[in-house]
Design a protein. Structure first.
Length: 224
């Protein structure tokens, strides 16, 4: 990750983090303690994927096929040279079902990282106890298997679906909440790491950088 020009931040709150030192191998947030550092948001394009994919220890999910006229609008990741990437976020944008432009972010992460919960507007690092106690609200397919997803009630500014796949959390966060109607168009996921591993060719279309991803993951002013 030597290409990073800005400093990493806490994935849960956006505060500056202290790098590993003599007494600890972990990055430290003053509020959340040891964290997996969030790196600056990457602009959409193949150059970002060329850096991200070789380091990813978790899936780099994309709905495939994409909803009609939707494009990829950015990437984010948590990790460093020592750990590799332990959380990924892929931003998407396109026509909102009720008019205007909608945005979405799909996250894969190790439990406890907190990137998906932050994008979802939750306080804790994970979905919370009991989120999957009822029947699943949606299912998507990956590599012949179904991934069950549950809708979390997070308010009117976004719609959130979460579940577990390949021992990692998967989150789909839609902004605004009405954009979540697109969940009925998302039937399957692909892992962009297949590009690296010689799988079926994937050529996702790219668009302008995602305002939602950039705004949601902006570094926090230390005076806040």
């Amino acid at each position: 990750m030597s290409s990073m020009k800005s400093e990493p931040t806490c994935p849960r709150c956006g505060r500056a983090v202290q790098p590993p030192g003599l007494w600890t191998s972990a990055w430290q947030c003053d509020v959340h303690g040891p964290v997996v550092p969030l790196q600056p948001v990457r602009a959409p394009g193949t150059a970002a994927l060329e850096v991200l994919l070789p380091q990813a220890h978790v899936p780099v999910w994309i709905p495939w096929p994409l909803p009609t006229n939707w494009v990829v609008t950015g990437f984010a990741e948590c990790g460093d040279e020592r750990s590799g990437v332990l959380a990924t976020a892929v931003a998407l944008s396109g026509p909102d079902p009720l008019g205007g432009v909608g945005e979405a972010v799909i996250v894969a992460e190790d439990p406890g990282v907190g990137l998906g919960a932050r994008l979802a507007g939750l306080e804790g690092p994970d979905p919370g106890d009991g989120f999957d106690s009822s029947a699943a609200d949606a299912k998507v397919r990956f590599d012949g298997h179904e991934i069950a997803l549950w809708n979390l009630d997070v308010g009117r500014d976004r719609a959130v679906y979460t579940g577990e796949a390949l021992a990692h959390w998967v989150w789909l966060v839609f902004a605004a909440a009405d954009t979540g109607m697109l969940m009925c168009e998302i039937n399957a996921l692909r892992d962009l790491r297949d590009i690296r591993d010689g799988g079926v060719a994937l050529e996702p279309p790219f668009g302008a950088p995602s305002p939602f991803l950039v705004r949601s993951l902006a570094p926090r002013d230390e005076t806040d």
